[in-house]
Design a protein around this ligand. Structure first.
Ligand SMILES: C[S@@+](CC[C@H](N)C(=O)[O-])C[C@H]1O[C@@H](n2cnc3c(N)ncnc32)[C@H](O)[C@@H]1O
Length: 275
């Protein structure tokens, strides 16, 4: 039976469940896979800002107004990022993990996946580190996100002061170009290494054993446990044997999962050569 949606001035459980189902049917976004408490609070705030008094009212308004819907999709995921986010952990990656991945690959360039890349800072960080380690190799960084607005911004490759605070003057001079108009862009060398495309970690397929390294940082914290487990399984499939997975500082691959990721550095896991 078709559910009847009536505007109500509340943000209750029933309204939120109905809102989740409707949004998924309309846009494909699987809100039910995100931790409900924070997501609900954020959506209630967006709804109030759009002068709506309930989840239902907000949904009906988005259904009528494509601009409101586009704004919702743009704001619902959190896009905070910066170049070299958590410098100490990237340093561990550069000194201890990337050299062994490069050696493992032999003559073949590395293929890296920045999953949940936001507007591209992580992907360009990776390109910079790989270029420093092997300037003549044609390593590739594939960067994906759910949010088309962030991907468009990533293609534009503009970084502002707050994005670039962790990059030393030496690296800025070597890898970034100051536009003179308040933003900085990565060099052509780095831009050639990076590609961007849309991929939803919760509903799109994962390829088979094609990445040497996957970065998925500060994305899974928003997912429910069941959604995290599915995602870690997807990454396991997508990694080559011996490949590495780098997660954010608030994230872990729990031991209870049946996949045999080995912890090789803080926040960096390896898929064994034989599993
Ligand atoms: C906080 S940003 C993290 C950016 C970057 N990884 C970093 O650590 O700086 C989280 C990103 O995850 C993306 N995201 C959220 N849900 C996603 C999903 N289901 N599939 C792909 N990306 C998703 C958001 O659009 C956002 O750009």
């Amino acid at each position: 039976m078709n559910e009847v949606l009536l505007p109500r001035s509340e943000y209750g459980d029933f309204d939120y469940e109905s809102f989740q189902r409707r949004v998924q049917a309309l846009t494909g976004l699987r809100l039910a896979d995100y931790k409900p408490d924070q997501m609900r609070r954020r959506i209630a705030a967006m709804s109030s800002a759009a002068d709506c008094g309930s989840f239902v009212e907000y949904y009906l308004a988005m259904e009528r107004d494509p601009v409101l819907l586009a704004q919702f999709l743009d704001n619902v995921t959190i896009s905070v990022t910066e170049l070299l986010r958590d410098p100490a952990h990237f340093d561990g990656l550069r000194t201890c993990v990337l050299p062994s991945l490069i050696e493992q690959a032999g003559d073949r360039p590395l293929t890296v996946w920045s999953a949940g890349c936001s507007y591209g800072a992580e992907a360009y960080t990776l390109a910079m580190l790989l270029h420093e380690l092997s300037p003549n190799a044609s390593h590739r960084v594939e960067a994906t996100d759910l949010n088309l607005g962030s991907l468009r911004r990533a293609e534009g490759a503009r970084f502002y002061d707050k994005d670039i605070a962790n990059i030393s003057q030496e690296r800025r001079a070597r890898f970034f170009h100051d536009s003179g108009s308040g933003f900085t862009s990565p060099s052509e060398q780095l831009r050639r290494m990076v590609t961007f495309r849309r991929h939803d970690l919760l509903s799109d397929p994962y390829p088979q054993e094609c990445y040497d390294l996957i970065l998925c940082r500060n994305v899974l914290i928003y997912f429910t446990d069941a959604a995290k487990q599915r995602t870690f399984r997807g990454f396991y499939k997508a990694l080559r044997p011996g490949g590495a997975l780098f997660v954010g500082t608030a994230e872990r691959v729990p031991d209870r999962y049946e996949m045999t990721y080995e912890l090789i550095r803080p926040f960096i896991y390896r898929k064994p050569f034989r599993s």
